[in-house]
Design a protein around this ligand. Sequence first.
Ligand code: PHE
Length: 357
Amino acid sequence: MNASASVSDQLDQLVARAASEFAGAATPADLENAKARYLGKSGQLTDLMKGLAQLPVEEKKVRGAAINTAKQAIEAALAARRQALQDADLERQLRAEALDVTLPGRQRDAGGLHPIALAWERVEQVFASMGFDVADGPEIESDWFNFTALNNPPNHPARSMQDTFYVDLEDENGLPYCLRTHTSPMQIRYATAHARRHAAALARGEVSEIRVIAPGRTYRVDNDATHSPMFHQVEGLWLGENVSFKDLKATYLGFCKAFFETDDLILRFRPSYFPFTEPSAEIDIQFQSGPLAGKWLEVSGSGQVHPQVVRNMGLDPERFIGFAFGSGIDRLAMLRYGISDLRLFFEGDVRFLSQFA
Ligand code: PHE
């Protein structure tokens, strides 16, 4: 065996060892380490190249060419293994993220509005169509708006009709804020906010009216099948130069017919008492057909706005007269949808709620 043959054997073995080490590298990091052992600064092939320097020119040429060939072979093996590892990695990723397009889809049911929200919206629509503005106000209310301005001062016996929750916060009169017991404070808030405009219009001899509803959440210390500590009311207020009880009757009847989508009902105005209206009446409804036919059902308090309340609004009771009502939205929803237990509204049971979606 001559010298050059043995060198070329040596190179062949080197290439074979490198190829087999590359093939055995399981990860890209292993592969880079293996590469360093051959092609790195002090790698085996690099050492051979360094050895060339001492050789005579002729031999240097021959051996240099052979080393180069070996180097190319090693680089090719390296590139092939790199590619193989990359392919395997991609393959693994694809397998991990595989989708079975034949699996049945997961269904998400469409939601819907709560029956109280549906009734609330309906109330707004009907009154808006009758020319009423729709107003909104705070649920945490001061003593003035919830009671005193409504002619129901501290120690008035009528306060006991509306026991509520108090908030640990005092107003400018040293009285505690409460969770509003009714939407009636909105009568004062809305009328006060618009009083100047209406008084000015009246002074110019123009027709000026306040016509508004205010739906919202209200609170009382009450809890049974027909009362919940949180409930919903809609306040109505219509004040003008010549608005009478007759208008209240016509308005409320028109509302009920539109809301319940039937003409087959009658109303009864039953004398009652509220400090902020005089005279006052409970409004009862009776359907003439259907499952509730023949029963009187209470739906609203109402009355002619008390002159002192008109004064508290900043308006002249000699010029502004009219009516107010406060109806239970939950009650209206129960009657419209035939629900007998108020508590169903607040239990969040989808079997109940999905019937309205
Ligand atoms: N605020 C009264 C209640 O909650 C209802 C009502 C409103 C009565 C307006 C008369 C006028 O019971």
